[in-house]
Design a protein around this ligand. Structure first.
Ligand code: DGJ
Length: 514
């Protein structure tokens, strides 16, 4: 298993991807990919996520064509950006549309999942070694090719194995082999894993297992009870087992960090099968962890409005946060700060960047986050950095205990929508010194340690980072800090010339007094 270090490093330097994901069909050739690279550059991003298609690279069994991969490597290098390659192999969004035609046509060697009615689906059944082996062989060939073509330059920094896997609309595969597996005993490795991690299992799997009194042997329904949630656990085990074999085969050739991404549960009413059953949704992360050690992390594709809740559910049990797909609306400009500062995310990437507006606010956000990368990566994993994110216009603010002070953050009470709700980060960069960045909030401080009772603002500097060097611009005071009552972003609400709607960086020093 590749160890994904926190912070994530590339060529010895801490790094996080200010990413963007292309549309699905942009990896085919230079003409298609050009728009995606153009859009990423426009966004001031540093990493393009783009697919590699099994059907394209292995058009005939054992005959590989790496020209599309060569093109992507060349274009990334020309543009000075990194790549996250998405392996569209056995499954993409719960179906198997990207398998090569020689796999698609051979239902005997590569059987399909079946519904209760016995009909084949357009989905490879994960219960067949031949399918797994064919995918793993192709994936290993890709990784071997990347090792030869890119292990010096490290253009490719991470690999997504498959895409949003799982079965729909039924909660499990009903083909004969799957039914037999469902009636068989739960594999010993899973029981052992659950037993070993009993005190630290996530609540969902713990409750399911607890519902039968933590049985340590039996069939799936005996161990987890009779419900669709058991179907999901069963499918998660078998999907993850298959994907682990694919990932392991690739890793043996070239050990890049690998992750699996999830089509999320959309609301509380949904049951497995309404969303892809067996995919790495957060409620079954324990199952994936148990059987797929070659998958370094499980990653949410976040299109849901409650961005904070999804992040929280995915950082449980030490899962590093990586967001390979996110909504590309104006909220992307805000959510990137939250993911990276609050949860040490190693990647944030809106989907379908070819559609992005020329004046998308993410451009300014990425500019600031890029300036702050050395500082952010220095403070990731410590308690000295926090994110700021207002998700609803009626939220008034928050308090953040950080260093020796409590930061009293007031959100934008006048927010009209996603574009002017509060977001950013705060870092305790020294004794009595804070860096704040983002927009549409105000902050002052209260002491939390013994000594003089009040904290006053000594100075507020607006500035930029050039490399690791802080280059101060104005020293803000007067109206721009309400006479040093608060540090404000923006300093002026209606700045017609410099603009109010962009994130900025401030450094604030404090002094204590009675
Ligand atoms: C999620 C998928 O993972 C992407 O490949 C793409 O199909 C988007 N949905 C479209 O919204």
């Amino acid at each position: 298993m590749t160890t994904v270090r926190r912070p994530f490093t590339i060529d010895g330097k801490p790094f996080f991807t200010l990413g963007g994901q292309s549309r699905n069909s942009s990896g085919y050739n230079r003409a298609e990919a050009e728009t995606a690279f153009y859009a990423l550059k426009l966004l001031h991003g540093n990493t393009l996520e783009i697919p590699v298609y099994w059907e394209q690279v292995e058009p005939e069994e054992g005959i590989y064509d790496w020209s599309s991969v060569d093109t992507l490597l060349a274009m990334a290098r020309e543009n000075g950006v990194r790549l996250v390659l998405l392996w569209f192999g056995s499954w993409k969004n719960g179906v198997s549309s990207y398998i090569p035609t020689w796999v698609k046509k051979d239902l005997v060697r590569f059987p399909r999942a079946q519904g209760k009615d016995g009909n084949n689906k357009l989905v490879l059944s994960p219960f067949h070694e031949a399918s797994c082996k064919a995918d793993a062989t192709a994936f290993a060939a890709l990784m071997r090719y990347l090792r030869e073509a890119d292990s010096d330059e490290h253009t490719v920094v991470m690999i997504q194995v498959e895409n949003e896997v799982g079965l729909m609309p039924e909660s499990r595969d009903h083909s004969a082999i799957a039914e037999a597996a469902f009636r068989a005993l739960v594999p010993r490795e899973l029981i052992d894993y659950l037993t070993e991690h009993k005190g630290s299992l996530l609540s969902e799997v713990n409750e399911l297992w607890g519902s039968t009194g933590y049985k340590d042997a039996g069939t799936w329904t005996e161990v987890f009870g009779e419900s669709v949630w058991t179907d999901e656990v069963f499918m998660a085990w078998h999907m993850a087992r298959y994907i682990n074999k694919v990932a392991e085969a690739g890793e043996a050739e070239y050990a890049l960090p690998m992750y699996a991404n999830a089509w999320l549960v959309q609301n509380d009413k949904q049951k497995p099968g309404d969303y892809p059953s067996g995919g790495p949704v957060s409620r079954v992360m324990d199952i994936w962890r148990a059987v797929a050690p070659a998958i370094d992390l499980l990653a949410p594709d976040i299109y849901l409005p409650d961005f904070k809740a999804v992040c929280t559910s995915y950082v449980r049990s030490g899962n590093p946060l990586m967001i390979p797909e996110a909504r590309q609306g104006p909220e992307a400009a805000r959510n990137a700060f939250w993911a990276i500062a609050e949860h040490d995310a190693m990647c944030f990437a809106p989907f379908g960047i070819e559609d992005i507006d020329l004046n998308h606010p993410l451009i300014e956000s990425y500019d600031v986050l890029r300036q702050l990368m050395p500082l952010i990566t220095k403070y990731q994993g410590t308690a000295k950095m926090a994110g700021i994110l207002q998700q609803n216009a009626d939220e008034e603010g928050t308090t953040i205990d950080i260093g020796e002070y409590r930061a009293n953050v007031r959100y934008n009470g006048q927010a009209k929508g996603q574009a002017d709700m509060s977001y950013g980060l705060i870092v305790n960069i020294g004794p009595d010194e804070y860096l704040i960045a983002g927009n549409w909030f105000q902050v002052n401080f209260s002491p939390m340690t013994p000594g003089p009772r009040h904290a006053g603002i000594l100075q507020v500097w607006e500035g930029v980072y050039e490399g690791e060097e802080w280059v101060p611009g104005r020293c803000l005071n007067g109206d721009e800090t309400a006479a040093h009552w608060v540090a404000k972003l923006p300093p002026n609400d209606h700045d017609r010339f410099a603009g109010s709607d962009r994130p900025r960086i401030l450094r604030v020093t404090l002094h204590r007094h009675d």
